[in-house]
Design a protein around this ligand. Structure first.
Ligand SMILES: Cc1cc2nc3c(=O)[nH]c(=O)nc-3n(C[C@H](O)[C@H](O)[C@H](O)COP(=O)(O)OP(=O)(O)OC[C@H]3O[C@@H](n4cnc5c(N)ncnc54)[C@H](O)[C@@H]3O)c2cc1C
Ligand code: SF4
Ligand code: SF4
Length: 1020
């Protein structure tokens, strides 16, 4: 074993090296990048924007790393470790980067395991263990275990993006830790490299040999020497994640770390936050998947009573109690304001409770669990709250309520303005008997400091989440310190753990000494010394950490400045300030943003990493196929933030780095809907493109795409000639070379006889204004010129349903059709888009003001009236039109619900074939997919199935471009095309023009607009 350097000498040496690197020594960085590129297979990312994207995590901190390394394999990690050791460059290991305390923020080389180092290496079903690489995401692991009836039960809220390596790094804890414990209770072994490059297996101490044994013995000696102190100061709560787990040799946790009393040295690494080793693989203890669950929702008249009752509730269940989660009054109210969640929450609350506790029992059979619910009801009656429990035994009802609990937090996080809910005392854990007094006292502390917090989460284990609202650009840091001081005094008073879930990082490192005292802290230093004498791995984190309120390490320090920018779109709604005590925001446009709200909209991204998820929902297709931080909503928001604040150089938003980050954004609006704070990257991209093109001009391809609505009527006259491109590979190749349209794609087919040059029996503007059942049909460029049968079908359908239909047209006839401006928006030509939108306002305003529905076919066009038109400064008429603008199925489903479609229903013939439905991304973003399903169910015998898909990958013109063809196809292959291929007999319904094209190109199948299918089934 290496003789360790005296601690102080080693620290000074390492700190010196670290400071050099932190100052970004070009020389060291250059050599590091060159060697990584030469000696490994991994991705070497040293550009300022790459470093900037890895300078933050879900904390308030920011520190530029020297560079980023994305290893392709475990071997690459080892090589990088050796190179860093040679060059004395510290290493910051990283998984999903969702830490809340700045654990992955550091000045060295960031190693991102999450892209490639994520294999399941082995599953032992009978022994219930799995061996995994650290970059694997929890949900992905659990999906692969489901078939075995097993799961890994540390169910963190970030399960869709947190990696097992990061979870082990932080000793993460799930909502159900009361039953299954924390990471430390569920890790059986870790293979990891120490800083000297040696790979070790950490497992049972009694079976350890060599260096691991020696190290274990030294740690045991430390634990024995400090036994009285450990017994005296170590928090006796399940949730304590601060410092190193020196108590492996003297367990202080109410739940033993191992079932058989053995000591496992892997547990020393759990919670060490990348400061002791770099993980190569983890051996995990799996659990049987619960077969049944029931939920009791206990309604409390006061928050205090809820907190006071938790200690009694946790004694129920005879081992089947798996969660007791708090939802407070604010969250209940926020959820009630959301029409999607209101019915669920209403069915779970009785009257107006101040708080509810969600009490879950899980096990193998529902009947037994139901009896535990009975006991919960009895207990509450004994505690003076008869009839306070709502019983949810049905699985779907339970699932809906858990969704509401998550959404409440999301709404809270979407507070606009510089004051944000800040996580720094969010997870203090106190013994349950003191929970009521602790939460009460801390609420007073918030009040004293002019803030307030919403309480939620893990009442079962005394870890309630709460984030006071602080403005870190102003007095936030000082207030944070003051609140932390007072909170810590309360934690001490109630013998709790200051760091109970989210780890130490930059935020709580300095509280380690406060928690454990100087002797145990010194022992932690000695442990670090044993593993990493030269402080190569995350230096200055657990040991010798900076102050939590050091503003030089913050993402929004008081010196943070935004470069003035005149945006093209209206972002005023984000340009506000808020009152931390009331959460009231000032009037739009008064927030003092030099970018008039654009910067503040970008800054809404709090880096929580939710956009890294792969589950249901659209966000974020470009990340799903690349797994690159650059091509992720978070990466884009960070790039924009850095650019807007001058951190990527004087070019600001027109920096090429921004263009690169935006390139693969398909403007699907997935983030607008799925991002908890509503980061709307599609709109941000329009703004970016406006500035980019203003500086760099537009290519011929861009101009051809954007001006399509203006030349379509002329071009259609040459349809046979233009369509030759699709028959001639040579012409396609020439087109690719000259214009950039992929030769591997067909282009939409022009029609000589299209909707706009054919006669239709429709109503005039005057006629529709006086009709009994009026409707305006908004026919877009794509359905009008390329697939006019769709527009005809919609017209036929509306007329068959008894509506007097007027086809939307310009008020001043110029031979062109009325257009929403979508193609101009897609290329950032906001002025031209606004001119189009103005024509829409003039033409449709008077009709909308009379309450006449404006019905469209193409989601990306019609929904522009509900979305972007509202940010073009067009006034209230645009809002009125938005209120009347509906997709055909939305309109008809509404009419159906009102009992107005009986005539149409009678005319529809049955469908024999299965029907698969693919929702356009914008339909999904506006919750407009379920009306399609509802409407198709009008067809006798139809059982339409929704394809769980993200973006089809075509995304307007995106997929036609040669440079995007490959990514476009990869997006389609994620789920859409395989689903279509698996159902060869199905009718495929897709309302998006580009979705239909993608299905045609990728699966060789003809998808149809729902209007076509319905019209086809109309009896003659
Ligand atoms: C909205 C939100 C909700 C959250 N909810 C929970 C929750 O319910 N429970 C909970 O416990 N936490 C929660 N967290 C915190 C965080 O998500 C978890 O700690 C998560 O497990 C971190 O995983 P990660 O992959 O993002 O790790 P990262 O943040 O990337 O890394 C975490 C730590 O592990 C180290 N590390 C990563 N990989 C390695 C490796 N290969 N070798 C050595 N060290 C490594 C890092 O250096 C770092 O110190 C939440 C965070 C957010 C933003
Ligand atoms: S873009 Fe949204 S989902 Fe992604 S990290 Fe930022 S806030 Fe979270
Ligand atoms: S618009 Fe779509 S592709 Fe672009 S960042 Fe949002 S989710 Fe990702």
């Amino acid at each position: 074993m290496n003789a360790p350097l005296p601690l102080t000498v080693a620290r000074e040496a390492a700190a010196g090296a670290y400071d050099k690197v932190a100052a970004v020594s070009n020389e060291v960085a250059g050599r590091l990048a060159a060697r990584l590129a030469r000696e490994t297979q991994g991705e070497v990312l040293f550009a300022p924007a790459d470093r900037g994207r890895y300078a933050t995590d879900a904390s308030i901190y920011q520190e530029m790393p020297v560079g980023v390394f994305v290893p392709r394999s475990a071997e690459d990690v080892q090589l990088a470790l050796d190179i860093c050791r040679d060059l004395k460059v510290p290493i910051v290991a990283r998984g999903g980067g969702t830490s809340q305390c700045g654990q992955t923020v550091g000045a060295g080389l960031v190693i991102d395991y999450s892209k490639h180092v994520r294999k399941v290496l082995d599953v032992d079903v009978s022994g219930r263990t799995a061996v995994v690489e650290p970059g694997i995401v929890l949900d992905h692991l659990n999906a692969s275990l489901k078939k075995h009836g097993l799961w890994y039960p540390v169910d963190v809220s970030t399960s869709a993006q947190a990696t097992l390596g990061g979870m082990a790094g932080n000793n993460s804890c799930g909502s159900r830790s009361v039953a299954w414990g924390n990471m430390v209770h569920n890790v059986r072994g870790i293979d990891a490299w120490t800083a000297d490059g040696r790979l070790h297996s950490f497992g049972r101490f009694d079976q350890a040999t060599g260096w691991v044994r020696e190290m274990g013995e030294q740690v045991r000696t430390l634990a024995e020497t400090l036994a009285p102190e450990i017994d005296a100061v170590w928090p006796k709560v399940l949730r304590r994640v601060a410092g190193y787990n020196l108590d492996v040799f003297r367990n202080q946790n109410p739940k033993p770390y191992t079932n058989d009393g053995s000591v496992n040295l892997a547990h020393l690494l759990v919670g060490s936050e990348g400061t002791l080793t770099l993980t190569r693989s983890l051996t995990l203890q799996l659990s049987p998947l619960p077969q049944a669950k029931v939920l009791g929702v206990v309604n409390f008249p006061t928050f205090y009573k809820a907190m006071d009752s938790a200690q009694h509730i946790v004694k129920l269940g005879e081992g089947t109690l798996t969660a007791v989660e708090l939802v407070d009054r604010t969250m209940i109210e926020l959820s009630l304001q959301n029409p999607a969640f209101a019915p669920t929450i209403r069915s779970a609350v009785i009257g107006q409770p101040d708080a509810v506790l969600l009490v879950e029992f899980s096990g193998s059979d529902k009947a037994t669990l139901v009896r535990h619910l009975d006991l919960l009801v009895e207990l509450m009656a004994d505690l003076g709250l008869p009839k306070s429990v709502v019983r949810l035994e049905d699985d779907a009802a339970q699932k809906n309520l858990w969704e509401v609990r998550k959404a409440g937090l999301n709404i809270m996080m979407s507070l606009k303005g510089d004051g944000k809910p800040v996580s720094f005392i969010e997870d203090c854990a106190v013994p349950l008997e003191h929970l009521a007094e602790y939460t009460d006292a801390l609420t007073q502390v918030f009040r004293k400091h002019g803030s307030r917090g919403t309480w939620y989460a893990h009442a079962s284990v005394g870890t309630l989440h709460v984030r006071p609202i602080l403005d870190m650009r102003r007095e936030g840091a000082a207030k944070m310190r003051a609140i932390a001081d007072e909170a810590s005094a309360l934690v001490r008073k109630y013998k709790g753990a200051y760091s109970g879930e989210h780890g130490d990082g930059l935020c709580r490192g300095e509280w380690i000494q406060w928690q454990f005292g100087p002797n145990i802290t010194r022992a932690f230093g000695q442990i670090k010394q044993l593993f990493d004498p030269n402080q190569l791995l995350c230096p200055r984190r657990m040991i010798d950490p900076p102050r939590m309120d050091d503003t030089r390490l913050m993402r929004f320090p008081p010196s943070y400045k935004v470069i003035p920018l005149q945006p093209a779109l209206d972002w005023k709604v984000w340009d506000v300030q808020n009152n931390p005590a009331t959460e009231q925001t000032t009037a739009p446009g008064t927030g003092g943003d030099p970018a008039h709200g654009y910067a503040k909209a970008v800054e809404m991204c709090n880096n929580n990493g939710h956009c890294r998820k792969f589950d249901a929902g659209t966000m974020c297709p470009s990340y799903r196929v690349t797994r690159d931080e650059q091509h992720l909503t978070r990466g884009r928001a960070n790039t924009l933030r850095l650019a807007l604040s001058g951190q990527l150089g004087p070019e600001g938003i027109t920096s090429p780095a921004v263009r690169e980050a935006m390139d693969l954004c398909v403007s699907c609006k997935g983030c607008k809907r799925d991002c908890p704070t509503g980061v709307d990257m599609a709109r941000m991209k329009v703004e970016f493109l406006h500035h980019w093109h203003a500086k760099h001009g537009r290519s011929l391809k861009d101009r051809l795409i954007s001006a399509l609505p203006d030349y379509a009527h002329r071009a259609a006259r040459f349809a046979p000639l233009l369509n030759m491109r699709n028959r001639s590979p040579l012409l396609a190749k020439v087109g690719e070379k000259l214009l950039g349209f992929s030769a591997r794609r067909s282009l939409p087919e022009w029609q000589s006889q299209h909707f706009f040059n054919q006669p239709h029996s429709t109503a005039t503007r005057e006629e529709v204004l006086v009709a009994a059942k009026p409707a305006v049909l908004f026919v877009d460029t794509f359905n009008g010129f390329f697939e006019s049968a769709n527009a005809q079908a919609a017209l036929k359908l509306l007329q068959a349903a008894g509506y007097t239909v007027h086809v939307a047209a310009k008020t001043r006839e110029d031979g062109k059709h009325l257009c929403c401006g979508r193609t101009y928006l897609a290329s950032g030509d906001v002025a031209a888009a606004k001119a189009k939108a103005q024509e829409v306002v003039e033409a449709l305003g008077p009709l909308a003001e009379r309450g006449i529905p404006i019905v469209g076919l193409e989601p990306s066009c019609l929904l522009t009236l509900r979305d972007e038109h509202l940010s073009l400064g067009l006034g209230n008429v645009a809002k009125t039109i938005a209120g009347q603008a509906l997709l055909l199925e939305e309109f008809l489903a509404r009419e159906l619900a009102a009992g107005k479609l009986e005539t149409l229903r009678d005319k529809l013939r049955p469908v024999e074939q299965p029907i698969l439905v693919h929702g356009h991304c914008h339909q999904k973003a506006f919750d407009a997919v379920s009306p399609v399903l509802k409407l198709l169910q009008l067809l006798p015998g139809a059982k339409p199935q929704l394809i769980e898909s993200s973006c089809c990958g075509m995304a307007g013109a995106f997929g036609y471009e040669a440079s995007h063809h490959e990514v476009s196809m990869q997006m389609a292959e994620l789920s859409l095309l395989p689903a279509v291929r698996q159902a060869p007999d199905a009718i495929v319904v897709a309302d998006g023009t580009s979705c239909r094209h993608q299905i045609h190109d990728g699966a060789g199948r003809e998808a149809v607009h729902a209007a076509v299918l319905l019209a086809r089934q109309l009896a003659a």
